[in-house]
Design a binder for this molecule. Structure first.
Ligand SMILES: [Zn+2]
Length: 426
């Protein structure tokens, strides 16, 4: 008897649970739909450009306001939450155009969005109330997927989708907790050059290598090897901070293509990394290892905010006891460099240009048969790229510091990134 009673009790309990779950589901669906119902679909604006570059998303668009509407704002909103998005707004006779930022590595910081489902809308004041209206996609681009950087072993997945509600297009952000899939990473490091391409070759005593690239007296050092060992050290430091890190090659002898799926210029995007850090060491091509130039150079893309570049410079110079480069060409600030093609905007280095897709004017489309196609040259969801020339290995003093203090350079780079990420809000 006692047993049967227990079963009955369990059954009631399960019924009750089912009721609660269904009621919650119906309630939230109702709430969601009531918000979607409140949107004024008679009005709409357009999105004419959008991209994700690194951790930031940017939108360009336009809309018109009737005379009875004023004070427009760009918002990410649902029935219980609203976040105003910063924008640069221009108005000419009630025809508005907007950009969420003039910089490619600025705009909506995807790392800081709250869990939930939101809609990107224009909010405007009508006589006595606010109206919300949607934005329509005029670009060839579709839905995007973003994984936030690993924090405390967990991540968020953001699905940015052009959904339909009663035949109206509505840009939806859906943010859920997750952990990273095996093939998704936070950061990619490219140790410059590879087993087939040594980069600079120097001798430890400052003598010049002979025609077979061997040193007669001092030890022979290849840039490709130094880059690799430095990249390994950096990977360790970033992993200590909790990030998931991918190297583009796994040994000093590995050879890798530039493009293809897992090339030096494509691995960051194939693995959905937010940052791509290319590690290089410089030379001024003065024979005999007596380079008078020395120091750190951080190469950045055009239309960039320098916050992260500055953080790299500050932390690397402090931790590794090095100075900013004495080189003047391409310099824009102490330690920060920009090198462009003839058009003065397209980055010269493919590690920055091709990795950034449309944000950085990538152009390797396969039409030049010398190279394979970069599958991401037209992508609007790409990694933010930095090329670090950590020092001049044909300067004997600097070579010693580089060989003996890889751990300190690694600490400087890793802290530079980590501190930047902790300080960025929007
Ligand atoms: Zn190099």
């Amino acid at each position: 008897m006692a047993k049967r009673k227990k079963k009955k009790k369990n059954f009631k309990y399960i019924l009750f649970l089912i009721f609660i779950i269904s009621a919650t589901f119906i309630y939230f669906n109702f709430k969601k739909n009531s918000f979607l119902n409140e949107i004024n679909y008679e009005y709409s604006g357009t999105i004419n450009y959008y991209d994700i570059y690194g951790i930031h998303m940017n939108f360009n668009g336009e809309f018109e306001l009737d005379d009875n509407l004023s004070n427009p704002k760009l918002v990410l909103a649902n029935s219980s939450y609203e976040k105003e998005i910063k924008w640069n707004l221009k108005n000419k006779d009630n025809n508005y155009s907007f950009k969420t930022s003039d910089y490619i590595n600025d705009g909506i910081n995807l790392e800081n969005l709250k869990l939930g489902t939101y809609y990107l809308l224009i909010k405007a004041k009508s006589n006595d109330s606010d109206i919300y209206f949607p934005l329509i996609n005029t670009t060839e681009y579709k839905n995007l997927e973003y994984y936030t950087l690993t924090k405390n072993n967990s991540n968020k997945k953001i699905d940015i989708t052009w959904d339909k509600y009663k035949d109206n297009e509505i840009l939806t952000f859906n943010i859920k907790n997750t952990t990273l899939p095996d093939d998704v990473y936070d950061i990619t490091i490219d140790p410059g050059h590879d087993g087939n391409d040594a980069g600079v070759i120097v001798c430890s005593d400052g003598s010049a290598p002979d025609i077979s690239s061997k040193c007669m007296t001092g030890d022979t050092y290849k840039e490709s090897d130094i880059n690799f060992y430095q990249a390994e050290e950096l990977k360790k430091e970033l992993e200590k901070l909790g990030y998931k890190v991918k190297l583009t090659r796994n040994s000093t002898t590995d050879t890798i293509p530039t493009y293809g799926k897992m090339g030096s210029g494509t691995t960051a995007n194939t693995t959905k990394s937010k940052f791509n850090i290319a590690i290089h060491h410089n030379s001024s091509n003065v024979p005999g290892g007596m380079s008078s130039i020395y120091g750190l150079e951080v190469y950045v893309a055009g239309n960039s905010k320098f916050d992260l570049a500055k953080s790299f410079v500050k932390n690397i110079t402090e931790k590794a006891n090095v100075s900013v480069s004495t080189k003047k060409e391409f310099k824009v600030q102490d330690g920060i460099y920009q090198r462009f093609s003839d058009d003065d905007i397209t980055p010269y280095y493919y590690m920055i240009r091709e990795v950034g897709g449309i944000a950085t004017h990538a152009y390797v489309d396969g039409s030049n048969t010398k190279y394979d196609e970069n599958p991401y040259y037209i992508s609007n969801n790409t990694a933010e790229g930095y090329l670090l020339e950590l020092g001049y290995i044909d300067n004997v003093k600097e070579l010693k510091n580089i060989l003996n203090n890889k751990d300190k350079y690694a600490k400087g780079i890793a802290l530079g990134l980590d501190k930047y990420l902790k300080n960025t809000s929007d």
